[in-house]
Design a protein. Structure first.
Length: 93
Protein backbone atom coordinates (compact mmCIF):
# COMPACT_ATOMS: atom_id res chain seq x y z
CA UNK A 1 0.00 0.00 0.00
CA UNK A 2 1.29 3.44 -0.94
CA UNK A 3 0.97 6.20 1.65
CA UNK A 4 1.13 9.82 0.62
CA UNK A 5 2.03 12.20 3.42
CA UNK A 6 -0.65 14.59 4.72
CA UNK A 7 1.50 17.46 3.48
CA UNK A 8 1.02 16.33 -0.12
CA UNK A 9 -2.76 16.08 0.32
CA UNK A 10 -2.81 19.52 1.93
CA UNK A 11 -0.80 20.96 -0.96
CA UNK A 12 -3.29 19.48 -3.43
CA UNK A 13 -6.22 20.84 -1.39
CA UNK A 14 -4.72 24.35 -1.35
CA UNK A 15 -3.87 24.20 -5.07
CA UNK A 16 -7.37 23.04 -5.98
CA UNK A 17 -8.97 25.76 -3.83
CA UNK A 18 -6.75 28.42 -5.41
CA UNK A 19 -7.82 27.33 -8.90
CA UNK A 20 -11.48 27.50 -7.80
CA UNK A 21 -10.86 30.96 -6.33
CA UNK A 22 -9.44 32.17 -9.64
CA UNK A 23 -12.50 30.85 -11.49
CA UNK A 24 -15.03 32.79 -9.38
CA UNK A 25 -16.59 35.74 -11.22
CA UNK A 26 -15.26 39.22 -10.54
CA UNK A 27 -17.44 41.26 -8.20
CA UNK A 28 -18.67 38.28 -6.20
CA UNK A 29 -17.34 37.52 -2.72
CA UNK A 30 -14.30 35.45 -3.56
CA UNK A 31 -14.08 32.95 -0.69
CA UNK A 32 -13.45 29.20 -0.85
CA UNK A 33 -14.00 26.96 2.17
CA UNK A 34 -11.09 24.59 2.77
CA UNK A 35 -12.49 22.71 5.77
CA UNK A 36 -14.99 23.20 8.57
CA UNK A 37 -14.27 21.72 12.00
CA UNK A 38 -17.03 22.27 14.51
CA UNK A 39 -17.81 26.00 14.64
CA UNK A 40 -14.56 26.92 12.92
CA UNK A 41 -13.85 27.16 9.23
CA UNK A 42 -10.57 27.53 7.39
CA UNK A 43 -11.12 29.42 4.19
CA UNK A 44 -9.21 31.00 1.34
CA UNK A 45 -9.94 34.56 0.28
CA UNK A 46 -8.79 36.66 -2.61
CA UNK A 47 -5.89 38.92 -1.68
CA UNK A 48 -6.33 42.58 -2.49
CA UNK A 49 -4.72 43.30 -5.81
CA UNK A 50 -1.61 45.46 -5.70
CA UNK A 51 -0.09 47.17 -8.70
CA UNK A 52 2.80 44.72 -8.67
CA UNK A 53 2.77 41.26 -10.21
CA UNK A 54 4.60 39.76 -7.24
CA UNK A 55 1.87 40.55 -4.69
CA UNK A 56 0.25 37.94 -2.44
CA UNK A 57 -1.69 35.09 -4.05
CA UNK A 58 -4.40 34.73 -1.40
CA UNK A 59 -5.29 34.91 2.29
CA UNK A 60 -6.06 31.97 4.53
CA UNK A 61 -8.40 32.73 7.40
CA UNK A 62 -9.52 30.86 10.50
CA UNK A 63 -13.14 31.93 10.99
CA UNK A 64 -15.31 31.40 14.09
CA UNK A 65 -18.96 30.98 13.06
CA UNK A 66 -20.25 31.40 16.64
CA UNK A 67 -18.62 34.82 17.01
CA UNK A 68 -19.02 35.61 13.29
CA UNK A 69 -15.46 36.90 13.20
CA UNK A 70 -11.99 36.04 12.02
CA UNK A 71 -9.77 34.42 14.65
CA UNK A 72 -6.58 34.66 12.60
CA UNK A 73 -5.48 35.11 9.01
CA UNK A 74 -2.31 35.01 6.98
CA UNK A 75 -1.30 36.53 3.66
CA UNK A 76 0.19 33.82 1.45
CA UNK A 77 2.71 34.55 -1.29
CA UNK A 78 2.88 30.94 -2.47
CA UNK A 79 0.99 27.68 -2.15
CA UNK A 80 3.51 25.37 -0.53
CA UNK A 81 5.35 27.38 2.09
CA UNK A 82 2.72 30.00 2.81
CA UNK A 83 -0.57 28.26 2.11
CA UNK A 84 0.14 24.73 3.30
CA UNK A 85 2.07 25.86 6.38
CA UNK A 86 -0.73 28.22 7.42
CA UNK A 87 -3.42 25.61 6.73
CA UNK A 88 -1.60 23.03 8.85
CA UNK A 89 -1.08 25.58 11.64
CA UNK A 90 -4.80 26.46 11.68
CA UNK A 91 -5.79 22.75 11.62
CA UNK A 92 -3.61 22.08 14.67
CA UNK A 93 -5.46 24.73 16.71
Amino acid sequence: MCKTPDNTFNKLRITRAYIKLLCLPEGDARIISLVQIGNYEIRMLEASKADTADGPLFLIELFDHDAQSSVDSCICDDIEEGGVATFEDFISR
